[in-house]
Design a binder for this molecule. Structure first.
Ligand code: RB5
Length: 147
């Protein structure tokens, strides 16, 4: 199950991504926002991040205007590796090297077609493990040390 959410700045791209996930017959949960009225991105970032951190969803996709606010908010949750990506290289690396469990996109930065393409690259890439796992373990240790 993939958790998906956006604010008003990412609504159009979110709708296109939901269509893409439907086409790929992937299970997803659209956690809002559902119309174009102005909302606060942290309210939606936290929904997706907590669902992923709790194991209710395997991964998440978040979209706001730039992607910056959503990535800051989601990365506050322990266990979340939210990656803001801008092109196919960063989308691929976000999975291969960082095993990003939340993909973040800027709806006012990317066109709908490009945003959907980056989702496909991230979905189709595989975490490489090895030395990268050791680095992720160090990030998790930083989070554990904050408790
Ligand atoms: C909303 O206007 C905008 O600030 C938001 O979508 C996002 O870009 C924040 O980082």
């Amino acid at each position: 199950m993939i958790a998906v959410a956006s604010d008003h700045g990412g609504l159009e791209l979110k709708q296109a991504i939901c269509e893409l996930l439907k086409k790929r017959t992937l299970d997803f949960c659209d956690m809002g926002t559902h119309d174009g009225s102005s909302v606060d991105y942290p309210d939606f970032g936290i929904k997706v991040a907590t669902a992923v951190a709790a194991g209710e969803c395997l991964s998440g996709i978040l979209i706001c205007g730039t992607g910056i606010g959503m990535s800051i908010a989601a990365n506050k949750v322990n266990g979340i590796r939210a990656a803001l990506v801008h092109d196919s290289f960063t989308a691929q690396m976000a999975k291969e090297h960082n095993n990003a469990n939340v993909l973040v996109l800027g709806g006012r930065v990317l066109g709908v077609a490009e945003g959907c393409r980056l989702v496909e690259v991230w979905l189709d890439s595989q975490f490489e493990g090895g030395r990268h796992q050791g680095r992720l373990d160090k990030i998790q240790q930083i989070e554990n040390d904050q408790k």
